[in-house]
Design a protein around this ligand. Structure first.
Ligand code: GLN
Length: 480
């Protein structure tokens, strides 16, 4: 079978009976096993089960297997969040998104590698192994959904789910020549998704094309009585309006910082500017939009995500889930030792920061203030969307970086999230798509950010861009 098929192409082959669902799943399962040793995309691969339980009925994703990030629950499967503290934890239930995918016929081939508890931007904070970027094995595929992105980029699965709290789907999408979505907060259920920062955590699909992404999103969306933060938003088929044309009189706003900031890699800037010209050629009207408080995004994210992480991760203490320190003589010692041994450096640091900003003497200075500025930022986005339909910016300000290089410079890593964090704070949807390659042949992406509930428009516009360019047709070599 030809490698690097999109979901749409594979579906076509399955529909025409050129290949059976069994053959297709076996093909991807073999491929995943073959390349995983080298790329470290999966923490667990569960071939036997998936083949045995293969749904033979003809559903939308029958024979189109995928991979789920290791913080998304799958019943009776080891779900580690790439943390030692959950090394031996098996989930007793399926996440709602897992169930939705399975009900659509999907076979899930394993659990994808990630930064521990989704905290990181490079995949290097996994307690297991470091995922490599299929475009250059010495570089990071981005993170925290590192394994999900690298697996799709290398054609080991046609789709994967990541999760995003501040860029963890879009940044790896941009580093791997993929399409990645952060949906309007509440569009997909978080039931069964192990929490990092609940007020911004969302699941997001990673795919090779806009059509494929829209298809997976249409399957995932919908209210869930088991997650009270889901929106009462009727199901929608996001593939229905993908005409390849921009809507009439479309107005796109360029986030001013995206042009003016000196922190953006020059090649990223160059390809972003090319993308702007291309959108103009397609008929979009371009405006510059100043979001004066965007610059506080990183600080807000820093405070809010750590505060919520400190609270969410308090449950991992050895009493209910995962590892337990056996040497402790009394309960408190058991908690302390378990957390000391089980959490990695980055996670511990974030828990400490979170407790600090929530402490009674600092809460007003940090956490409460951050919540106030969050409301201001939300207003700023609402106002911006009074004059333009969508906003654009580069997804990541840097190129895929060398492994072992940047993760020791926390400030640089946090600043790298400059453009992906603000809309997560405000709950606005955003989609990253490919827009070029650097001189070293490294993928570069840019993103559309929309008003709440605007996924349909975002997909339409992104599809028109994609179909009139050829970046999405390029694949890394050596994975034939
Ligand atoms: N890179 C960001 C962080 O380390 C975002 C992570 C995420 O979206 N899960 O917090």
């Amino acid at each position: 079978m030809k490698s690097f098929l999109t979901i749409k192409e594979l579906k076509n082959k399955l529909d025409k009976k050129e290949i059976s669902a069994q053959e297709s799943v076996k093909y991807y399962s073999d491929r995943l096993k073959k390349y995983n040793n080298n790329l470290n995309v999966a923490i667990n691969i569960f071939e036997e089960n998936s083949l045995k339980n293969l749904d033979s009925s003809d559903k939308i994703l029958s024979g189109i297997p995928g991979l789920l990030k290791s913080n998304i629950s799958q019943k009776n499967k080891r779900i580690t969040c790439a943390s030692k503290i959950l090394d031996n934890y098996k989930s007793t239930y399926d996440a709602t998104v897992t169930q939705k995918l399975q009900n659509s016929g999907a076979t899930i081939l394993g659990t994808a590698n990630m930064d521990e508890f989704a905290m990181g931007s490079s995949g290097e904070f996994s307690a297991y192994s470091t995922t490599k970027n299929p475009w250059d094995l010495t570089r990071s595929p981005g993170g925290s959904s590192s394994g999900s992105a690298a697996a799709v980029a290398a054609g080991l699965v046609p789709w994967a789910l990541g999760t995003e709290t501040g860029g963890s789907v879009r940044q790896p999408a941009s580093f791997s020549n993929l399409v990645g979505l952060y949906p309007t907060y509440g569009t997909f259920s978080r039931y069964g998704v192990i929490a990092f920062a609940s007020s911004t955590d969302q699941v997001g699909p990673l795919t090779k094309t806009v059509y494929d992404n829209a298809l997976i999103s249409s399957i995932l969306m919908g209210p869930d009585p088991l997650d009270s933060t889901t929106l009462q938003r009727p199901a929608q088929d996001f593939t229905a309006n993908l005409t390849g044309k921009l809507p009439q009189n479309l107005k796109i706003g360029i986030i001013k910082d995206a042009i003016e900031s000196s922190n953006i890699n020059s090649q990223v800037k160059e390809h972003f500017e090319k993308a702007i010209k291309h959108l103009e050629k397609l008929g979009a009207k371009i405006e510059y939009i100043d979001l004066p408080d965007l610059k506080y995004g990183i600080s807000l994210y820093f405070i809010i995500s750590r505060a919520e992480a400190a609270s969410n991760l308090a449950r991992f203490d050895g009493s209910l889930y995962g590892m337990r320190n056996q040497a402790a003589k009394e309960l408190k010692e058991m908690y302390t030792n378990t957390r000391h041994d089980g959490f990695g450096q980055e996670v511990k640091q974030r828990i400490l920061m979170g407790n600090y900003v929530l402490s009674s003497s600092h809460k007003n200075t940090y956490y409460n203030k951050a919540l106030k500025i969050r409301s201001i930022l939300r207003e700023e986005f609402i106002n911006a969307f009074k004059s333009v339909d969508l906003l654009i910016s580069p997804t990541a300000s840097m190129l895929p970086f060398k492994l072992g290089q940047e993760c020791n410079d926390p400030l640089k890593m946090y600043l790298a999230d400059y453009f992906t964090v603000p809309n997560c704070i405000t709950g606005n949807p955003a989609l990253s798509i490919p827009c070029g390659f650097s001189k070293e042949n490294l993928p570069i992406g840019f993103q559309f950010i929309g008003p709440r509930l605007s996924e349909d428009l975002i997909y339409q516009v992104a599809y028109a861009f994609e179909q009139s360019t050829d970046y999405h047709t390029k694949n890394p070599t050596d994975f034939e």
